[in-house]
Design a protein around this ligand. Sequence first.
Ligand code: ARG
Ligand code: ZN
Length: 847
Amino acid sequence: PTIRLSDYQEPAFWVDTVKLSFDLDPTATRVTSKITFRANETRADGPHDLKLDGRNLKLITASINGNAIPADAILQDAEGLTIPSDLVPQDGFVWVAEVEINPSANTALEGLYMSNGMYCTQCEAQGFRKITFYPDRPDVMATFDVEIKGDAPVLLSNGNKLAHGIWHDPWPKPAYLFALVAGDLKSYDDTFTTASGRHVDLQIFVRDGDQDKCAYAMDALKRSMKWDEEVYGREYDLDLFMIVAVDDFNMGAMENKGLNIFNSKYVLASPETATDVDFERIEGIIAHEYFHNWTGNRITCRDWFQLCLKEGLTVFRDQTFTGDMRSHGVKRIDDVLQLRGRQFREDAGPLAHPVRPEEYIEINNFYTATVYEKGAEVIGMLKLLVGDENYRKALDLYFDRHDGQACTIEHWIAVFEDATGRDLAQFKRWYSQAGTPIVKVREEFANGRYTLHLSQSTPPTPGQPDKLPLVIPVRVGLLAGDGSEAAPKQLLELTQSEQSFDLGAFDEKPVPSILRGFSAPVILKHDVDNATRAFLLAHDSDPFNKWEAGSAYASDMLVDMALNDGAIDAAYLDAIHAVALDDTLDPAFRAFAVGLPSEEEITSAIVALGEKPDPDAIYGARNALSLAMAQKMADDLPNLYTAMQVDGPYSPDAEAAGKRALASTALGLLTKLDGGKTAAKQFDNADNMTLQISALAALIRAGAGETQSAAFYDQWKSDNIVLDKWFAIQASCATPDAGLDIVQQLATHPDFNWKNPNRFRSLIGPFAMNPAAFHRIDGKGYQFLADWLIKLDAINPQTTARMAGLFETWKRYDKKRQTLITGQLRRIADTKNLSKDTSEIVGKILG
Ligand code: ARG
Ligand code: ZN
C-alpha cells in the first residue's frame, strides 16, 4: 500500500519506557519487552485498539498489566498485531511480550542478524519491528533499558553501560535508533573531554586482528567531536561513544544512539589497504554519523517523509567539516560532481521525487541522492540567503526549541523565519518540487551599464507537470579584461520566472562568473564562447567556476566529437596544459581540472541536447581527447609525475593526497605514451594502496595489467575490503568489448560471495556504471544485471532495489536499447514473490 504524508496522524498511545531482555541464540533468540504506554491526550477519537508493528516474529506470550492476553484475542497478520480496545486500558498500561526470532535466517540485514558469527542490528527505517512488537515510528520516543544474555565476551547496546550486558539509555529515542551488538570483538580505545569537562570513553570494536586499522577513524571521531562543539556548540551527551565495524551491511553506516554501526569499509584503514579517497570518505562518514547525535537523535523526524530534516542537514554538516579539514574549493568540486552524477540523473528520470517526498511504498527506497545530497544543497542555499550569522542564530534556536522532539520541515523553516524575520514560504518550494531547475542567462551591455537577464524553469517530473518559480541564490563575480575582479562579488536572488539585474556601470563589458561555488543545484545555460572559457579557466578567483570553465569546455568538445566527429580544439589543450603545470595551484585542484568529464557526464550533456547517446562513440571521444592531452603534454608529463611524488612515510593528509591525485592523473596520461612502463614500475614499488591501485587501474584501462592483477589478488585474497577493490577495478576499467566477459568470469570466481552486499556491489555496480561495456547493443549487459537482481532479491530486497536504480536512464537511449532494457525490467517485475522494495523501483522506472 502507498503511505501518504497527508495521512499522518499522531499515535493513540505514547511510550515512556522500554525494557528489553535478549536471550541470544543464532537460530532462536528470545526477546522479552516491557513497554509502558501512556494515552495520547490529543487523540480523543477513542477508544483505541492497540496496534503494534511486527514482522517475522513468533509470539510466545503477551500480557497487559500482568493479565495474559488469550491467543484468540490477538489479531495477527504479516505486518503486526491488534489488541481490541476492550482489552486495552485507555489511560495507559504496561505491555509485556515474549517473542522468538531467527537471526541466522535474516539475510535481508534489517532487524537482528548475524555477520561473521557476531550479532548486530540495523533498525532504520523499520527494522525494529523485526525484533519485537512495537509502535515502530519515529515520533514515538522512549528511554530504553537493555539486558543481553549470551556467551559472547562483548555485549553492547545504546547509552551508558551499567554492567556486562546491561545498558541504560537516558535519552528518549525512537526505535530506529536502537542497536545491539554481541560477539568476540576487540576494541581500540581512546577518550575525549568535552568543552564542559565531561569525560567520554571512545571505543571502536572490530574483529581481532583489525585493531591496527582503527587509528584514523578514531582520530576523525575526535576531530568531529571538537568541530561540532566549536562550529555548532554541540557537546556529546553520554559517558561512552562506541563504533562497531560490520562486514555485512546494506548501507554505509548507522547513527544508533551511542553505538554507531558501520560498514567495515568505512572504518578500517591502513596505508597498505586504504586509498586517499578511502581515508577521506572514512573521515566524512565518521563525522556524519557522529553529527547525527544532535541532528537526528536529539532532534529526530516526526515521520519518514521528513527524512531530509536529519539527512540533508547532517550531510551539509559533514561537507562543511570536510571542507574545514581539507579544502573548501576542492570539496565543492567533488560534491558537485557527485550531485550531478547521481542526483541530477535521478531528478531527470522516472525516480524523480521531491527532497521531502509525499508518498512511498517502501521507505528504504527513499534513502536517495535527492533526500541526502539535494537536501544538503537546500540547507547550503538557506545559509547563503540568510548569511552565516543568521544561520548560526537559527540553528541555536532549532536546538533550543526542539531538543527531545520529533520534528518536521515546517519546524525547521519556522526557526529560520523566527530567527531572521524572513518569509521563507517561496523558498520552501525546494522541499516539495522535484526536478532540476534550469537557469538561463543573457548578458546585456548598453550605454555603459551591464545587466544580467536571468530566467528559470523546472521541467516536469512524474506526478508534477507544472512547476512554480523557486528562490535561487545566484552568486556572481565580474572580471575585468586583465582577469582582476571588476566589482565585488554579489548574491542575486532569482525569485521570478524572468528577472533582470542591473550590475552597474563599467568602461568595458566585464566577463561574468556566474553561480560561483555552485550556489544553487541548477543547470546553468549560458552561451559562452571557448575564448571566454579559457579566460575563466585561467583567471577566475572562484575555484569552482575556474574548474567549471575547463570542464564545460571539455564537455562541449567531447559532445561534438561523439555526435559529429568534431575536432579537438588546440586552444583547449593549451589551456589545460597551462593549468596542469601551474605550480601556484593546489595539486588536488589541478587533478580535477585535468581529469576529463566522465562518460556519464558526456552522456547527460548529449541527452540535454535532445540527442541519443552512443556509448561507444562517447568512450572513443574521451579516449581520443585524453590521448591528445597526453601527446600535447608529452615533454612535461614525466617531470610533473616526478614532482608530485611524495617522500617519506605515507600520510593521508589533504596535501599529500592532492599530490598523489595529480600524479595519478599524470600516470594515466603517461600510460598512453609509454606502453605502461611507468605504471608497472609504480605498481612494483608501491608501499601504499593509493599508488598500487592507481597503477593497476591505469594498466587495466590500457588493456594490460594481467600479471599485476594476478599479483594483486595473491597479495590481498584474505582481505575482503581490498578484494572488493580488485573486483570493482576490473569491472569499471574494463574496455567495452571485454567488459561483459570479464564480469561474467568474475561472477563465477570462488571469492564472489554475492550474499555479501559489498562484494555484490563491487562487481555489479561498477559494471553497470561502465557505459560502453554495460550498454552493449546485443543487450547481454542488461541481461547480466537483471539475472543478478532477480537472484539477490530473494534474499536481500533492500540492496536489490537500490541496484535496480541502475536501469533508471533507459529512456535516454535509442529504441533498440530501450526495448532491450524494458524487456529485462519486465522480466524482473514478473518474478514470483518479488519484494515490494524492488517492485516499487522497477514499477516506477517502467512508468
Ligand atoms: N541514517 C543512516 C545514515 O545516514 C542511513 C541508514 C539507512 N538505512 C536503511 N536501511 N535505510 O547515515
Ligand atoms: Zn545520515
